[in-house]
Design a binder for this molecule. Sequence first.
Ligand code: ADP
Ligand code: MG
Length: 490
Amino acid sequence: MSTPSPKLIKGQTGDWEVVIGMEVHAQVLSKSKLFSGASTAFGAEPNAQVSFIDAGMPGMLPVINEKCVEQAVRTGLGLKAKINHWSIFDRKNYFYPDLPQGYQISQYKNPIVGEGEVTIDLKDGESRVVGIERLHLEQDAGKSLHDQHPDSSYVDLNRSGIALMEIVTKPDMRSSEEAAAFLRKLRAIVRYLGTCDGNMDEGSMRADVNVSVRKPGGPLGTRCEIKNVNSMRFIAQAVEYEARRQIEIIEGGGAIRQETRLFDSRQGETRSMRSKEEAHDYRYFPDPDLLPLELDPAWVDGIAASLPELPDEKKTRFMGLGLSAYDASVLVAERELADYYEELAGGVDAKAAANWLNNEILGRLNRDGLSIAQVPVSAAANNAIVAMIADKTISGKIAKDLLDIVWSEGGDPRAVVEARGLRQVTDTGAIDAAIEAVIAGNPEKVEEVKAKPKLAAWFVGQVMKQTGGKANPAAVNAALKLRLGLPDEG
Ligand code: ADP
Ligand code: MG
């Protein structure tokens, strides 16, 4: 594993390095909210899932949801992070119409999870370790709706009180690609763990991206924070735009003001929301309604023992089977894909199975706009196809046709091979007959090939055509060379 040198951006005064740190909000997968029993299901009618606690009614007391705590610990373990057995819930005070309590319950000085790390996979087999600063639990706010009525705003409190994990990285990323790769990897990890569905379209994962620039190896520059970027593509665009903007300001003799900006995906640019001077003073203090959260070490150990095999470990195992770093990282990106691969590769060559999956299956899924969960041909059926190529029952060419047949019509590949007579012809009698037919039909080419042995490939193609693509190409090659008296240069 090697770490890439930072990608440099050319300015008028020389090269610049971009520095990125992220704060990701990941919605905890749980049936009910962090401190109430209201449902977290997505897509309900507005205000259908709001308890008295979520509505900020006076005198209501929050009760911690054990499942949410377990999910935070599980995520921390998946990030190879320190689990803090003692943590505190604080009130973060501010006023906003979608925050009926008048404060958000969050964790400030003493979060449930401390330092950890995530390894991101980059192209050419390079990787980078991104430090995790902390993970804390907090409540989500509601949602203001400004487009429902000409002169009123509405508020939907369904999200109010849903548990979020805020995951904060160290400023360890050095390009827009790395920032997108980090979020992709984090998403894969929480999905493997089953602690967040990673659904960015539904807002289950949102990233605040901190960007600064500096001369290579120099001291860190002043950062700007870009709020709520909700796709990998937008993250990359926002970083690129913001880095250029900062370089232009500094090279023009100006200075970067620390501020919060938003990314306008339609214009592809970031715009100022508020400066540091306008930043809120949240007046954090420990929530008097909640005791410190103390975790039993044995309970934490139990969660650790139940972790699934995570993408990095799976990747290492796949590489041990003979796959390249690139192939392995493609396959482990989604747990469903990795599981599908393992079933497909059972008893056949690991590399052949990976190639078949990457080229043939993923190619067709992409063409049809389907996900791996919607694949029309089972892993077991593909395993049979790959096995038939390996034992020379069918040629590679026929295998692709066979996949097309079962892809659109269904059926058992072995039965289809028998029913449609797709078996590869290794019978030399049939191959010789086809060769004679081609020679008889093309006397001028027979003369030419003596001077131009490269033309042999043309003959192979014709013979394959004659046999409906079912002849074994190696057998055809050998028989042709013999018949035409060509040198055997391999
Ligand atoms: P604050 O306490 O003001 O929230 P933090 O130190 O917690 O600041 O950092 C918040 C986020 O900003 C983290 O993800 C961190 O990695 C990132 N960050 C901090 N300094 C820089 C910098 N100079 N350039 C880019 N990102 C930074
Ligand atoms: Mg911070």
